[in-house]
Design a protein around this ligand. Sequence first.
Ligand code: FMN
Length: 365
Amino acid sequence: MKLLSEIKIGDLTLKNRVIMAPLTRNRSTIDRVPSSLNIKYYTQRAEAGLIITESTAVSPSGVGYVNAPGIYTKEQIDGWRKVTDKVHERGGMIFVQLFHVGRISHPDFLGGKQPVAPSAIKPNGQVYTYEGYKDYVRPKMLELDEITQIVEDFKIAAKNAQTAGFDGIEIHAANGYLINQFIDDVSNTRTDIYGGVVENRSRLLFEILEAVSQIWDSTKIGVRLSPSGVFNDVGDSASKSTYQFIIEKLNNYNLGYLHLMNPMMPIDHNTEMITNVAQYYGKFYKGHLMANGGYSRDTGNEIIESKEADMVAYGRLFIANPDLPTRFLLDAELNSPDQETFYGGNEKGYTDYPFLAHNPNLIKS
Ligand SMILES: Cc1cc2nc3c(=O)[nH]c(=O)nc-3n(C[C@H](O)[C@H](O)[C@H](O)COP(=O)(O)O)c2cc1C
């Protein structure tokens, strides 16, 4: 099946098109360093054509989740190096997903400081802190020089990703985190060069892309967008034209791939929700397209056969099936993901999902 055929991206050859989607699992250390359990988890999934790591913070001001990793200290870089070495040893390929959470944080994570955002608009909802759930707070509107620093932080993190041995990076511009907060008009009411028309609201994304392209060959950079997303209280009143503009502009960057997510939540702020995102927006994009959100073995294969996408990222299926490509190949039964153990905890629901007994690629350690 086409889903299991290899694909060339720049000078990288992915052995199949079954991609492991970025998945926050909250099992790194309190210092946001990848743990030995993280090494085992990613290594178990080295059969993926490409692993995209969980969201990884570019700076201490960009964190918002308990026990989620960063890539801004030496210990974190060394921790990631152990992950990438092991994944490579097993024949895998791995990109790190870089993000800044913006307003999706809490002073508890930031040494008492306010989270930052394009505008001082408090998101609805709660954040899980080390002391349990707390309401989001009103963020501080970023000054121009602070935005420049965030672009620089992404550049430094991109450099750190090379030191850590990654094969490439994915810029997380989806799911209501900082870049997405700038793009969508519900969270961005600025009146300067970062607000108003879409050229301005997408400026941060393109500045970050320019910066990280000085570190990585552009074909080793992916971008993730959620054009119909309302997660983390974002949304855009004209999402079709907003995201069409961004996707068409991305054509100029010769990226490794564009990663498009289907909406995971019901429509709210977003007045123009498209449910099959890759099908609708893919026609505006000329490079490699990665589709994600709700795909099975057969629907994933179909979207590739129909040429509406080149790869499919699987989230929950990869949580539960470390050997997902082999299971797809054999059309074998799949383990079901256990939602109770998605976020935080130990090896239960993380590294203890069984491999197929007759899997030739069985990784026990
Ligand atoms: C436990 C969990 C953690 C997630 N963490 C991230 C993340 O860190 N970054 C991200 O871009 N998406 C994240 N997502 C979204 C997934 O990458 C993916 O888009 C979603 O699970 C839909 O794909 P699926 O239907 O194949 O599971 C997460 C989803 C889940 C279930």
